[in-house]
Design a protein around this ligand. Structure first.
Ligand SMILES: [Zn+2]
Length: 197
């Protein structure tokens, strides 16, 4: 029996739904109270065309997300759950075989370990940049290295795609956060050395 929801040999259909779920992740990201980085994640079971869970970055429930805490960057990072982590916790076992859509920042090393271990099969997210000193770029590249090794497909969202979807954020925030624009293209060549083909 064929699955009517399969994207096999239907790249146009896949691209259409990818765009919709990227848009949904972007929408959910706006619910974050983090003044500097708003990140949204959506877990989708493609076989049933179901949104299994959504998440955005924020403090745990009942932990006060006061302006003082959110403005203290070091303290904030010690208290905040990433969007992917919130979505995975809500999904529980249903995360297995899901695709994850993440908008706002590249997937970090910790979220990559959790996505892999939860059985997520495909990740559509911002592409980190190679060759920068940025913390998020470096952990983002490590995340991709782990996902590739574990057989989780990584699909970078390009800045062009975000433009097409009308999701690039305003100029002020763009200037503050280089990940808002994402990079135009993602160079997988950075992993070619020692990747074993
Ligand atoms: Zn993360």
């Amino acid at each position: 029996m064929t699955n009517p929801n399969t994207f096999e040999n239907r790249p146009d259909k896949q691209a259409k739904w990818d765009g919709r779920y990227i848009g949904l992740a972007h929408h959910v990201a706006q619910w974050s109270k983090d003044p500097r980085a708003k990140v949204g994640a959506v877990l989708v079971n493609q076989a049933y065309a179901r949104v299994v869970a959504t998440g955005f970055n924020g403090f745990p429930s009942n932990v006060e997300d006061s302006a003082e805490r959110l403005e203290n960057k070091a303290r904030k990072l010690q208290m905040i759950l990433h969007a992917e982590q919130n979505a995975l916790l809500h999904a529980g076992r249903d995360a297995r075989q899901c695709d994850a859509y993440v908008v706002g920042k590249p997937v970090c090393n910790v979220c990559a370990t959790l996505l892999i271990q939860s059985g997520v099969r495909r990740v559509v997210a911002a592409a980190p940049r190679a060759g920068t000193d940025s913390y998020w770029d470096r952990v983002g590249l490590l995340a991709i290295e782990m996902m590739r090794e574990a057989g989780v497909e990584f699909v970078p969202i390009s800045g062009t795609q975000l433009d097409v979807l009308g999701l690039n954020r305003d100029e002020a925030r763009r200037a503050e956060d280089p990940f808002v624009t994402h990079q135009a293209e993602f160079d997988f060549g950075v992993f070619d050395r020692g990747a074993g083909g």
